[in-house]
Design a protein around this ligand. Structure first.
Ligand code: NAP
Length: 422
């Protein structure tokens, strides 16, 4: 029976859903042997280091990933870096097809003065910091001022704002990094602004995220009612379903102002950032608004305005994405997920996206190459296999059990390898 070898680069949602789509297309006439290659010693990508720790339900998709990984034809090669340990060209030579699923890990920048001051960070740095990503443990996150500003009106901005505005003890039963929980407990931040450059009718939040805000037990959530009423008028009689749902959710918040809590999250609309003020560190943000320039004093600015893909040698990039046509890149190279379409959609979006690409990939396959696999190249590399990862997983879950958390993630590569028995 023809056996095709497929390499998937990146062990995040898009990579797993690509593997699943291949598994679904395997039948009595063809087998797909899948090797998933991951830079970190741990898989799951954004489900591990992106999803907000106070959203544990979203992370249950990891069970699906583990089921995919449990198939006989699946192997994990984690702790392997494309570029230094193995090149895309080498993979293309060995495998019948190579799928890039490396996401978009770089935060977009505003390009305004002051963006490089201490206290001005991208969500692409701040989020992995509180999620125990080994490369972000030492990030300087000054939380000593009273006010933080989060720039952007998408779900990442919302996650970041919530993490800053929550009563930190609410994070105790989550898998938030211990270093971040400690920092949040010592934080002086009591006011968090979320600023959107356009009106509420254009906000990129999704309504379930807005609807959970009134349930925050220790945080006032403030939206100016006049802003929403004006947006409802602008949206007209038949707004799109998502816009209507968002505006309804925001109106509900605006109509039920709370002020009893010490911590407040406030939304600002039609605020376009112009400059970040400060000499040695952030002191404020100047916005241009319909009423003229407005300055918000703050000591922390987190920019959550979207992401772009990190380049990999041998893969063509343009506008923050891999150059592709419906997922086909060139020769036997393919791309799925955020690296393909840009940073949009929820985790589940990657399932249909990957399935469509895999359909084309399988159409393109002719005869198996039988040219070996990545293990022949990685002869000196400490590779974390699926079995090793399972040991890490068990150790983390066991450490969490003792503390009433779903897991305690190791933040140190050496410790992760030790858990793996390597
Ligand atoms: P996003 O949804 O695209 O939102 C980006 C926001 O940044 C938009 O409001 C955009 O405003 C704003 N922006 C862009 N450039 C700007 C600039 N120069 N100045 C000021 N604002 C600017 O991106 P995201 O929040 O990074 O999320 C990425 C994807 O992950 C989304 O599909 C999101 O839904 C998903 N996600 C989902 C969840 C969840 O399900 N809970 C959690 C996190 C992320 P304009 O519209 O004006 O451009």
């Amino acid at each position: 029976m023809p056996t095709f070898k497929i390499a998937i680069v990146g062990a995040g949602p898009a990579g797993y859903f690509a593997a699943q789509a291949l598994q679904n297309l395997a039948d009595d006439n063809r087998v797909f042997e899948i090797d998933m290659i991951e830079r970190l010693p741990t898989p799951w990508g954004l489900v591990r280091s992106g999803v907000a720790p106070d959203h544990p339900k979203i992370k249950t998709v990891s069970k699906v990933f583990e089921k995919i990984a449990s198939q006989e034809t699946f192997r994990l090669f984690a702790n392997v870096e494309i570029g230094s340990d193995v090149s895309v060209a080498q993979l293309q030579e060995k495998y019948d097809a190579v799928i890039i699923a490396t996401g978009s890990s770089l935060g977009k920048t505003l390009g305004i003065p002051g963006e490089n001051l201490r206290g001005s960070l991208s969500a692409a740095t701040f989020v992995p910091w509180y999620n125990s990503h080994p490369d972000f443990v030492g990030v300087d996150t000054p939380l000593d001022s009273n006010t933080a500003v989060v720039i952007g009106a998408g779900n990442v901005a919302m996650d970041v704002a919530r993490m800053l505005a929550l009563e930190p003890s609410e994070l105790d039963p989550t898998d938030t990094a211990d270093h971040a929980i400690d920092a949040f407990k010592q934080s002086n931040i009591r006011k968090v602004y979320v600023s959107a450059r356009r009106g509420p009718e254009h906000a990129a939040f999704t309504s379930p995220e807005l609807r959970e805000l009134p349930k925050l037990e220790h945080t006032n959530v403030v939206i100016n009612k006049a802003d929403i009423e004006a947006a409802i008028v602008r949206a007209g009689d038949s707004p799109e379903k998502d816009v209507k749902s968002n505006l309804d959710a925001m109106l509900l918040i605006a109509e039920n102002p709370k002020s009893e809590h010490e911590r407040t999250m406030e939304f600002l609309f039609q605020h376009t950032p112009k400059e970040i003020l400060g000499t040695d560190r952030v002191e404020g943000v100047v916005y241009s608004t319909p009423d003229g320039d407005v300055t918000i004093k703050c000591g922390l600015v987190i920019t959550a305005i979207g992401y772009q893909a990190h380049g990999i040698e041998g893969v063509p990039y343009e506008n923050g994405k891999v150059v592709n046509s419906d997922g086909r890149v060139k020769d036997n190279l393919y791309v799925v997920g955020w690296a393909k379409r840009g940073p949009s959609g929820v985790i589940g979006t990657n399932k249909s996206d990957a399935a469509a690409v895999i359909e084309l990939l399988v159409e393109d396959l002719k005869k198996p190459k039988n040219a070996g696999d990545v293990s022949e190249i990685l002869t000196h590399q400490v590779v974390v296999s699926q079995e090793h990862w399972q040991k890490i997983n068990e150790a983390e879950v066991a450490a969490g059990e003792a503390k009433g958390k779903p897991r305690v993630k190791s933040v140190d590569r050496a410790e992760l390898l030790k858990h793996a028995g390597l």
